[in-house]
Design a protein around this ligand. Structure first.
Ligand code: UD1
Length: 429
């Protein structure tokens, strides 16, 4: 079982190149099955979730060729099955994007119920409501099936702002007959990226990035070449790591606008932020100050950045309050953080944080992807050695996490067993 061993105490300093957005990539890979022509995708992150999605579409007959570490060529003209229930798909929550994509193109789709991080109930009723409104019959028997003679555009009002439902309905609707309007749509950067990708294939989608998306169905989509946007959450994670370790880090190849809610919080916490066209530099020259944070749909502060800021606020002066309003079970990592010396009380969806001067190293286990990354940040600041277990969660969404951190001066290594841990300790004593 791979683990990270970390010796804390070094401020992160330097530059880090941010990869393509994992959550955009997952939906774009599903959407790539909606044309018989070849699709070339660039800036594809090499993370275990995106690799599982590539294997999933390959397993139903798509031709997949990695033309470089971050580029892939896909031709889905030979898809032979619209039902997918293998291990690849069960690993990832975003497998459900194949429902919208296959339903749109083939009017028939079956996908095993979504896996993914255990951060709350995560229902998919809004996806189903959307498919049904477009004329599909949806049934669930371990696998979710959606089928239609013909999809017909409709006016759909989402009861909750859902990234997944917005994207899934958008994919199905772009090959439906007539017009679809999605109201109360999610506005996250990757919703826009998937709309741009589909439009580059000949879809007619307008308004992505606002809460009303208008789609005119087309009969056919064609091949394209497309570059995925930078990962907002990977960038934000390094920004918070810089702040928590009292470092000075420039995140490169980012869209600063996507990071505004994170930058704004860092300024409140006393960091300096310098933005340029495609870079953001975070300088933390003095102890962080307390602040309050509430997670919200975009452009609010992202739920996927909640554990990272909680870890940083755990070291800030004064009392901070973090309210999680998207997923109900997203504070499970706090128990682990407490074992590193944090003083945090969770009451329902609120964490009350009394900052401590320093965390102390411990063996902790990553309960999910973003919380795992946050525990790594905690360990980077901690006195002594920490071991982070269950890093398979972190690997779902971060490419070369430990390599990038090491390049910023962190003492971190990916190890397999206790002998490697001893070696690391001798080397870094
Ligand atoms: C996506 C992201 C995830 C991120 C989340 C919120 C991917 C693969 N994952 O997840 O990393 O944390 O957006 O930014 O892109 N809901 C319903 N019914 C539904 C769908 C959602 O009630 O049918 C609720 C959820 O329980 C949650 C809220 O809506 O409370 C938002 O969820 P949603 O935006 O759908 O998250 P995901 O698309 O699953």
């Amino acid at each position: 079982m791979e683990k990270y061993i970390i010796k804390g105490g070094n401020p992160l300093v330097g530059e880090v190149e941010i990869g393509g957005a994992k959550n955009a990539a997952l939906a774009i890979l599903a959407a790539a099955t909606m044309t018989d022509e070849t699709v070339y995708i660039d800036n594809m992150p090499d993370a275990s979730d995106t690799n599982a999605m590539l294997q999933a579409i390959e397993s139903i007959g798509a031709y997949v060729e990695r033309t470089g570490r971050h580029s892939v060529k896909i031709n889905a003209s030979q898809i032979r099955s619209y039902t997918i229930e293998n291990d690849y798909i069960k690993k990832i929550r975003a497998g459900y994007y194949l429902l919208g994509a296959l339903l749109g193109k083939y009017k028939s789709a079956g996908v095993a119920l979504p896996g993914g991080c255990h951060i709350g109930l995560r229902p998919i009723d809004q996806h189903i409501k959307g498919f049904t409104a477009l004329g599909a019959k949806v049934s669930i028997q371990g696998i979710i099936y959606a089928e239609a003679e013909q999809l017909v555009g409709n006016h759909i009002y989402l009861d909750v702002v859902s990234v997944g439902a917005t994207i899934n309905i958008m994919m199905a609707a772009c090959m439906a007959e007539g017009k679809t309007i999605i109201e109360n749509a999610a506005k996250e950067p990757h919703v826009v990226d998937i709309a741009n990708f589909l439009n580059s294939m000949g879809a007619n989608i307008k308004g992505a990035g606002t809460d009303v998306i208008r789609i005119k169905g087309v009969e056919k989509l064609h091949g394209t070449e497309y570059t995925i946007i930078p990962d907002q959450i990977e960038a934000g994670t390094f920004m918070l790591a810089a702040a928590a370790t009292m470092g000075d880090v420039t995140v490169k190849n980012v869209i600063p606008k996507h990071l505004e809610s994170i930058s704004a919080k860092l300024v409140e916490m006393g960091c300096q932020i310098h933005e340029s066209d495609d870079e953001v530099r975070v300088v933390a020259a003095k102890r962080l100050q307390n602040t309050h944070v509430k997670t919200l749909p975009y452009p609010g502060y992202p739920t996927d950045m909640q554990p990272q800021i909680t870890v940083a606020l755990g070291l800030a002066s004064g009392i901070s309050i973090v309210t999680e309003s998207i997923f109900e079970s997203r504070f499970k990592y706090v128990d682990e953080l407490t074992r590193m010396g944090a003083n945090i009380k969770v009451e329902g969806s609120t964490a009350i944080i009394e900052g401590v001067e320093r965390y102390t190293g411990a063996t902790v286990s990553a309960p999910d992807l973003r919380a795992g990354a946050a525990l790594v940040i905690a360990a980077l600041t901690a006195e002594g050695y920490s071991t982070i277990e269950d890093i398979k969660y972190i690997q779902r969404g971060y490419e070369d996490f430990e390599v990038k951190l090491r390049e910023l001066g962190a003492q971190i290594e990916l190890v397999d067993d206790d002998r490697d841990i001893q070696k690391f300790k001798l080397k870094n004593a």
